[in-house]
Design a protein around this ligand. Structure first.
Ligand SMILES: C[S@@+](CC[C@H](N)C(=O)[O-])C[C@H]1O[C@@H](n2cnc3c(N)ncnc32)[C@H](O)[C@@H]1O
Length: 260
């Protein structure tokens, strides 16, 4: 087969080269938008490149410019403007976003700022939001720590959801777990008094760690009088990771703590 060549230079076409920070989808989310992978900090996620379906890619190209935002760490978000004055909860690590979309649909009076680094999930959630006519979801791409630290104003959040965060079961990886005292101190600064932090996990040792650090933190109090885990509230749908945990016979724990 004859090769197509540039008629002026006579050279064979080169495959397009993308700079690392350029989006995989035109106008879509960029990899590591704040350059946080170069920070000397232990992260709670492993950067990975995952396959994106045609539908997810299409959603990213069309909807990212409208409902998506990169966590570049360079500006403080005007949540009132973004969500038309709705109270706003932050969900960290939405995965494929099914539970996020369901909760947003069932509570249209609450804005959901949903953050993850997982590109297929971002496309999936955007598609779900469009198909279900949800206007109360915004999808943020990047590290939630940078979002909290650099881009959210003090006392700007009405709630925080962390459902089935990566359990990092190996001892040498425990330091990667999200729910730690320093994380809670940062989150407490961004939450309004009375705001609820809702965590759930199917990994018993992580549940114990969550209960311990949340109970010990001076800025939070357990919503349970008995100081223990809460039954799964009816408003939290089963998540994808939860389903996988239940299939393995894991016990699921919910924790609901209030910002003092
Ligand atoms: C185990 S999955 C759970 C997903 C979903 N909540 C569920 O239950 O199906 C955890 C998710 O958290 C995300 N994640 C972990 N650390 C994060 C961080 N610092 N910022 C943003 N996303 C993070 C991961 O990319 C992953 O998609």
């Amino acid at each position: 087969m004859s090769e197509l060549r540039n008629p002026t230079t006579g050279q064979a076409p080169q495959s397009p080269i993308r700079a690392k920070s350029e989006p995989r989808f035109p106008g879509g989310p960029v990899a590591d938008p704040a350059g946080s992978h170069h920070e000397r900090r232990i992260r709670s996620f492993q950067p990975r490149r995952s396959r994106v379906t045609a539908g997810q890619g299409d959603a990213l190209e069309r909807l990212w410019p409208v409902w998506g935002m990169d966590i570049d760490g360079h500006r403080v978000l005007g949540l009132d403007e973004m969500f038309g004055g709705l109270p706003v909860v932050l969900e960290i690590g939405f995965g494929m976003g099914e539970a996020t979309a369901q909760m947003a649909a069932e509570d249209p009076g609450t804005g959901v700022l949903a953050v993850d680094v997982h590109t297929p999930g971002q496309g999936n959630l955007l598609g779900l939001a469009e198909r279900n006519g949800l206007s109360n979801i915004r999808v943020a791409n990047g590290d939630a720590i940078i979002l909290l630290r650099e881009m959210l104003a003090p006392r700007s959040l009405d709630g925080l959801r962390v459902y089935f965060p990566d359990p990092w079961p190996k001892k040498r990886h425990h330091k990667r777990r999200l729910i730690q005292p320093e994380f809670l101190t940062l989150a407490a600064q961004r939450l309004k008094p009375g705001a609820v932090v809702h965590c759930a996990t199917d990994w018993e040792p992580y549940a114990e760690q969550m209960l311990e650090v949340l109970s010990a933190h001076p800025d939070f109090e357990n919503t349970r009088d008995d100081g223990g885990y809460a039954p799964r509230p009816g408003f939290r749908p089963l998540t994808r990771f939860e389903g996988q945990g239940l299939d393995k016979g894991h016990k699921v724990r919910d924790l609901l703590f209030r910002r003092r």
